[in-house]
Design a protein around this ligand. Structure first.
Ligand code: SF4
Length: 352
């Protein structure tokens, strides 16, 4: 009964978002859920619209080249999501997405959350889900003890008992909406909350104490050296990052980790490792920093004139006019701007 006011509240207060159509298309539900992971709604909306315009169906996505998919993902971050989405579309194209969370989990990129989201929201399966928002709401209402990871595990255990019969999808979405709009991490708006009357944390006067703050771990710092070879016509030499590398499948400057031999040596190694012959002087030209989920990346940049006409496999010359069609991460765009490449202003906005 604690959660009984949730669905009527959701019916009144739900935001009008493009993926919330009256008839839930499983492909669209899936796409939105993948894009929304670790990413704010206002960032996702234009990406979602552009992606659907280009790949309106599961079959269209399955038939696309990975490069095209990643190019549309450029700037959204967490690029493994885009690659897995594409792989899963290929795996599911012939028979469509499976209807159960258990079967969905057999597809690339479907963790417990995404599988439960698609199964409950699109197919009506009676399964719960827990993301950061849901974990926080349940932690507060039920006063679940522990840090964020422990609360999440506890939330997965209690969530099945809370689902109203036949309305799991709506209930899951309503809990996420409440966490995103009312029961926010800082400054929850308890006075506007439909669960206020039964909320344990509100009663005790300490909502912000749930979940208990985890000790912030220092992110390890990776230092890369990245040389930009430039042609007189403004083109720059780019390398497509391979499987198993950070930003796999994306284009960017060649790079190598800096080690004991120093930054300039690492920049030369980056060219040698890509099969580019030793080039003229490389001039140091600044540093770009990027915070990733589990680490901090510092890229030491160099610039030099190109001496290679035909790049080896895995590399290409790209002019700024080519950038909108290329899978370029926000980090790659920042680096290109920093070395003086004229990146068009509307190329994949920097979100992270
Ligand atoms: S009453 Fe406050 S703490 Fe409790 S669920 Fe609502 S917003 Fe969150």
């Amino acid at each position: 009964m604690l959660f009984a006011p949730l669905l009527p509240w959701f019916a009144r207060a739900r935001r009008d978002l493009p993926w919330r159509e009256p008839r839930r298309d499983p492909y669209r539900v899936w796409l939105s859920e993948v894009m929304l992971q670790q990413t704010r709604v206002e960032v996702v909306v234009p990406y979602y619209r552009r992606f659907l315009e280009r790949f309106p169906t599961l079959e269209a996505l399955a038939a696309a080249r990975e490069d095209e998919v990643l190019a549309l993902w450029s700037g959204l971050g967490y690029y493994a999501r885009g690659r897995n989405l594409h792989r899963a579309a290929r795996a599911a194209a012939s028979g469509g997405l499976p209807h159960s969370a258990a079967k969905l989990r057999e597809l690339p990129g479907f963790g417990a959350y995404t599988a439960a989201a698609v199964a409950s929201l699109a197919f009506g399966e009676q399964v719960p889900l827990v993301d950061g928002n849901v974990a926080r709401v349940l932690a507060r209402v039920l006063r679940l003890p522990g840090d964020a990871a422990q609360v999440r595990a506890r939330a997965w255990r209690v969530a099945p008992q809370l689902l109203p019969e036949g309305r799991a999808g709506e209930f899951n979405e309503a809990l996420m909406e409440l966490g995103a709009t009312v029961c926010t991490p800082r400054g929850p708006r308890c006075g506007s909350c439909p669960l206020e009357a039964g909320c344990g944390a509100r009663r005790e006067g300490d909502p912000s104490a749930f979940p208990a703050g985890a000790t912030k771990k220092q992110r390890p710092v990776l230092v890369w050296a990245a040389p930009a070879l430039l042609r007189a016509d403004g083109a720059v030499l780019l390398r497509r990052r391979g499987d198993g590398e950070l930003f796999a499948g994306m284009w960017g400057l060649p790079s190598q980790p800096v080690s004991a031999d120093g930054v300039a040596a690492a920049a030369r190694r980056a060219l040698a490792a890509s099969g580019v012959p030793a080039t003229a002087r490389l001039e140091a030209c600044g540093e770009v920093r990027q915070t990733l989920t589990h680490r901090e990346l510092h890229v030491m940049l160099f610039r030099g004139r190109a001496r290679t006409r035909n790049p080896p496999a895995g590399l290409r010359w790209a002019s700024p006019a080519d950038f909108p069609e290329l899978a370029l991460s926000s980090l790659a765009l920042k680096c290109l701007r920093a070395v003086g490449v004229a990146v068009p202003v509307d190329t994949a906005p920097n979100h992270r």
